[in-house]
Design a protein around this ligand. Structure first.
Ligand code: CA
Length: 211
């Protein structure tokens, strides 16, 4: 292919400059795109649609049957009163893929939560179906006021690239490019290093400082 002569050196140069892993995504200043959640219908291998996520009651699973659920509209819920019950939930990105190898797709979803204070907590959820009912696996926390710019699935691994904080960073302004990887196991979203002994490496360490 004529294009390969250009793209391969460019890709190799990018990897060399950023010192990232071979499949890491280079930080480009653009947050994970909400459009990744839109326009997905049911297929033979996927029973979870965009509306199932964005127009649903959240959290998608209440394990003890007593927790509060709130209605999402276009992937968002906001409550401003009473002040002590302020809550904002936002779905910020989605990736459909077969994460457990059963031939059917699950959906990995990034969600941010704010409880009225300054903290905005990002978490990674995976939604699956059982007997026709959608449910959520136990999510993984990603941090307070981190900035996700990369969200992808490679094989059965969910990759999240984000700016995280150094010890010196104010909460407003995370500065370290960090790539984290997760798999599903026992109805939970777990870091790759914990998911499979001898499995793929987990690069939770910062890859590049931007401070
Ligand atoms: Ca599956």
């Amino acid at each position: 292919m004529r294009t390969s002569a250009f793209y391969y050196p460019a890709a190799l140069l990018a990897v060399a400059l950023t010192a990232c892993g071979p499949d890491d995504f280079e930080y480009n200043g653009v947050p994970v795109n909400f459009d990744t959640c839109l326009g997905v219908a049911a297929t033979e291998t996927n029973s979870i649609t965009s509306d199932d996520i964005l127009q649903a009651r959240w959290p998608w699973t209440v394990t003890d049957g007593t927790g509060e659920t709130v209605p999402l509209h276009a992937g968002t819920f906001t409550r401003t009163s009473p002040p002590e019950a302020r809550l904002t939930v936002k779905v910020t990105g989605c990736q459909w893929a077969d994460l457990d190898g059963d031939g059917l797709d699950e959906v990995a979803v990034l969600v941010s939560e704010n409880f009225g204070g300054s903290g905005t907590f990002l978490s990674l959820h995976v939604l699956d179906t059982l007997n026709g009912e959608m449910f959520g696996l136990a999510p993984a926390a990603l941090g307070d006021r981190v900035f996700p710019y990369d969200f992808a699935v490679v094989g059965r691994v969910v990759r999240v690239g984000m700016l995280a904080h150094t010890e010196d960073d104010p909460y407003c302004c995370p500065s370290v490019e960090t790539t984290r990887r997760f798999m599903v196991r026992d109805f939970a979203v777990v870091p790759v290093g914990d998911a499979a002994a001898g499995g793929e490496a987990q690069s939770t360490t910062p890859t590049t400082s931007r401070s």
